[in-house]
Design a protein around this ligand. Structure first.
Ligand code: 5GP
Length: 185
């Protein structure tokens, strides 16, 4: 039987990098591709990291009931396509979602058996410097994102597993073990 797992954590903790690291290491798992209204970053391809859609297209996905959940983040909308979850599950594959916190909690409502993994920063200081290093954010935006991160970190108790992202490879190995267990249940 397929399983469903969510990797979540505060913005800036390195979820995207972690997913890229995990991609080839997870036999039997499919990483779900979400829809977003944000513009592609350099190197991102439509249908790989995201389905990049216009605001109108996103409205239509909501109206059509095509989204399991959706959330606003950093001025853009992101949503999990039902097809990206039901497709792999129907093929007895496991599906891994990478979502901000609201999305993870919404998946738990739909799939109480989902495995929720919270990726922690090594420290609050480390998260602040990561948010600053992103370079695209001015001081006010960094302060807003830190306030959001404090709220996000306070939601960690709702998650089943906790992994600290201090060493990328060690953290990836820990997540692989959690997912192998989840698939075997
Ligand atoms: P980014 O723009 O950096 O790729 O993603 C911004 C945030 O949106 C990240 O925290 C990411 O986990 C989250 N995210 C990506 N796809 C989805 C989705 O389908 N639903 C929700 N709720 N969050 C998402």
């Amino acid at each position: 039987m397929g399983a469903i797992a969510v990797l979540s954590g505060p913005g800036g903790v390195g979820k995207g990098t972690m997913i890229a690291r995990l991609r080839d290491r997870l036999a039997g798992w499919t990483v779900a591709v979400s829809a977003t209204t944000r513009a592609p970053r350099e190197g991102e391809r439509d249908g790989m990291e995201y389905h990049f859609v216009s605001d109108d297209e996103f409205d239509r996905l909501i109206a059509d009931g095509a989204l399991l959940e959706w959330a606003r983040f950093g001025g853009n909308r992101y949503g999990t396509l039902w097809d990206s979850v039901r497709g792999p599950l129907a093929d007895d594959r496991c599906v891994l979602l990478e979502l901000e916190i609201h999305g993870a909690l919404a998946v738990r409502k739909e799939f109480p058996e989902a495995t929720l993994i919270f990726l922690h920063p090594p420290s609050l200081d480390a998260l602040t410097s990561r948010l600053r290093q992103r370079g695209t954010d001015d001081d006010r935006r960094v302060a807003e994102r830190m306030a959001l991160a404090e709220w996000e970190l306070a939601q960690a108790d709702a998650f089943d597993h906790h992994v600290t992202n201090d060493d990328l490879d060690a953290a990836a190995a820990q997540i692989v073990r959690i997912l192998v267990d989840a698939a075997g249940d």
